[in-house]
Design a binder for this molecule. Structure first.
Ligand code: CP3
Length: 344
């Protein structure tokens, strides 16, 4: 196994022992050095749009833990922001936007799109220069449906009822919104690849709330369209799809969208994950709360994943983002356990 960017080999179907390891939200509030810089920067968006800060924050978990992959520090909602929608992050409330109406969808303004996102592309460029040679750099975007849920409701909701209702009442406006978001997300990913990311991940955090027809129309088709447009420019690009909560639709999701690897949330049974590995790499899927609890809950969870999936193409990760209350010693324990896995 070449030492160079092991995660790329795994995404191409190889097995690595120990598996490559990174964590979703690995740069974030559980790190004291992040909280420190966040105070200096002002708002969360100031961090995202300032390449000095964004590069530094991206590198923090790499310096501390030596993860195999680094994920660009930004947020999925910079895409609607770049299309002229307002966006704020409030402590304890998450993202806040002015809900978009059906008539505003026709007027979404992309004329300033790449200019608005220039600091993100600059961050990627600098990161590739600063990261260790063997560290994979991951770029990302939100999937159209997940972006649409925040744009329509104006904030996070537990079941995305406002967006599901909007879709039933205004099917044409919904289709137009998703199609615009697919086009701009593809352009965004193409620019990130041009600037130096090795892999891209598409986060569909809310794909688990949809019925069969809507899952097909709002998750599968828009993501397939992004993959098609990005591959028209970069035919060999490695793409991880993360349709959180997709359950038994995970397998057809990979086939129909063409993503290379699948991010699995923690509810996916390991037997199902093994079957999915037959079709390509999987990434996941430790419950982030096992990492908060530590001790046996953590070691048993890590062990189960390594035993079930360690003999195939696996990128070890959490099943969703790390939470702010996670003790750093638990992250260190998880890393030691994964790194001591020899494939036996
Ligand atoms: O993974 C990483 O470390 C890269 C950076 C990253 C962030 N958000 C930073 C962030 C990535 C990949 C995201 C993706 C994202 N953002 C998703 C998809 C993944 C998921 O979590 O489901 C979604 C839905 C968002 C939108 C978003 N951004 C929400 C709902 C929130 C509030 C929730 C929270 O954890 O506070 C954010 C804020 C956010 N994005 C923070 C970070 C580090 C916390 C902001 C802070 O420092 O106050």
């Amino acid at each position: 196994m070449p030492a160079q960017r092991v995660m790329l080999d795994v995404l191409k179907g190889e097995t690595a022992s120990p598996p490559p390891l990174w964590m979703m939200r690995q740069a974030g509030r559980y790190l004291p050095e992040y909280r420190e810089l966040r105070k200096k920067a002002g708002s969360f968006l100031d961090l995202c749009y300032n390449p000095d800060f964004a590069v530094e924050v991206t590198l923090q978990p790499i310096r501390r833990f030596g993860f195999d992959a680094s994920i660009l520090f930004s947020d999925i909602l910079v895409v609607p922001h770049a299309l002229g929608r307002d966006l704020r992050f409030e402590e304890g409330r998450g993202p806040l936007m002015t809900p978009i109406t059906a008539s505003e969808i026709a007027n979404l303004d992309g004329s300033n799109f790449h200019h608005h996102l220039k600091p993100v592309y600059e961050t990627v460029k600098r990161l590739r220069g600063e990261l260790p040679e063997q560290t994979t750099l991951i770029g990302f975007c939100g999937a159209p449906w997940t972006l649409a849920t925040y744009m329509i409701a104006g904030h996070g909701t537990p079941d995305q009822a406002p967006s599901r209702l909007f879709a039933y009442r205004e099917p044409e406006a919904m289709a137009r919104l998703l199609s615009k978001l697919s086009d701009y997300s593809a352009r965004y990913l193409i620019k990130q690849i041009e600037a130096g990311v090795d892999v891209v991940q598409i986060f569909d955090s809310w794909s688990g709330v949809l019925d069969e027809a809507c899952f097909e129309a709002f998750c599968v088709r828009p993501v397939a369209e992004i993959v098609r447009q990005v591959r028209a420019v970069y035919p060999d690009v490695l793409i991880i799809g993360f349709p959180k909560g997709a359950g038994n639709r995970y397998s057809s999701y990979r086939e129909k969208t063409g993503v290379t690897g699948l991010g699995l949330d923690w509810t996916v049974p390991l037997s199902q994950a093994q079957a999915l590995q037959a079709g390509g790499a999987v990434q996941g899927n430790l419950d982030p709360l096992r990492l908060v609890a530590g001790g046996r809950a953590l070691s048993e969870g890590v062990d189960a994943i390594l035993k079930a999936l360690g003999a195939g193409p696996l990128i070890f990760n959490l099943g969703h983002g790390i939470t702010p209350e996670t003790p750093i010693e638990h992250v260190e324990a998880m890393i030691r356990q994964v790194r001591s896995f020899s494939g036996q």
